[in-house]
Each structure stands twice: as C-alpha cells, then as structure tokens.
Design a protein around this ligand. Sequence first.
Ligand SMILES: [Zn+2]
Length: 230
Amino acid sequence: MFDDVDDLFTLATACIGPTLGQVEQNLRASGYAPEQVDTILMTHLHPDHVCGLVDENGEAVYPNAELRASEGDADFWLDEERSQALPEEERAFFTMAQEAVAPYQEAGRFSPFAPGDELLMGIVARDAHGHTPGHASFMLNSGDDAMLVWGDVVHSYGVQFADPSVAIEFDSDPEQAVHTREAVLERAVDEKHWVAGAHMPFPGIGHIVEDEEGYRWLPIEFAPIARDSE
Ligand SMILES: [Zn+2]
C-alpha cells in the first residue's frame, strides 16, 4: 500500500495529498471562522478524518471546540501501550490519531460518546463498528427530515453498492464492516432518509434505493439558492 512509514507521514502532513485538507479554508469561504466551531463529531479516528484537527505545529485548528469521538475508537487508537507494542510500520495510524487529539485532550476538550447518546439536539450517535472498533454514524433529525452522516460505511460506491460484501483493506474487522454496511444500506432504503458519506462522490449527499443487484445511489440535485429580494 505505502512503501514505508515515512511516505505515510509525509502524506498525512499534507493531509493525504494536495486536494485534501481544505476544511478550514472551505469553512472560512462559507463565512465561518474556526473559533466559532463549538463541537466536532468524529465518525472514527483514521488519519484522513483527523489530520485537519491540528495545524503543522500540532496546535488545535478549532481553539474553542469540544472534540467528540466514540469510546470504542478512543480506547483503541489513543491507547499508547497498544501502539508501542506494534511493529513500527503498523503504528502510523495510532500516532496520527494521538497527535490530532492531543491538544484537545490537554485542554480538557475531548469527550468520548457511546452509541445511542444524543450528542447535540437532534443528533444521535449510532454504532457502525467494523471499519474501526468504534466507527459511528450520526443520525440528524429535524422535523420530518432525517439524514445519516455515515462516515466510512462505503468507500467505493462503484463497487460496494453493487456488492456490499466487498471489504476494504483498511477495515479493522472486515466481516463486521460488511454486516454493518448491509444493515445500514437496508435501513436507509426502508426509512428513505438522506445519507451523507465521507468517501461518496460530490456532492456526497443522496438517497439509496434498491437495484436489481445491490443498491443504487441517487445524489441530491443542486440548484441555485433563492436569494431574498433586496
Ligand atoms: Zn476510515
């Protein structure tokens, strides 16, 4: 996958390539400052999800935010004894998670959650483990609308919608990840809620329907935003 650990660190420093690591800039472009963020919910603690939490000096990018991750992922990735016992080439993901969470932990602004917890008004954590030991999804409810922010339930929609039983090398427990994916897809079809996925193609939000074999992704349609008349 990667030639050596140094390559992986180099990639992570640049937030895994030049086209990623743009959350802060995109947030500012949408009219918000990182100081205004009061809560950050992590689906899991893999490097492609955590590395934007800190800047190149290891400082928190979001100085006022409470960082939340599942107990299962916190117990696993932040366990220094566990990572020290691993061969060096398997330690990189642990080190990156620990370094990203550290400034929040040191400031007393890191708190793990359990599946079923209501984290903010209308946002409930759902167990979706398999991809990582504590991988979680977030169900957002507002009136009659609902959207599942599912994290990494699907990595390759081109492959895993047609055949959800295909796992990815990064899964901590591939068999459980497959069970989770099948259950989450089935429920999304039944409940007809929106889905937002980290690795889904732009715009990353859509609905799921059954297909002849497997499932199909129906992306949300984009249209100009109606402006208030001045
Ligand atoms: Zn992941």
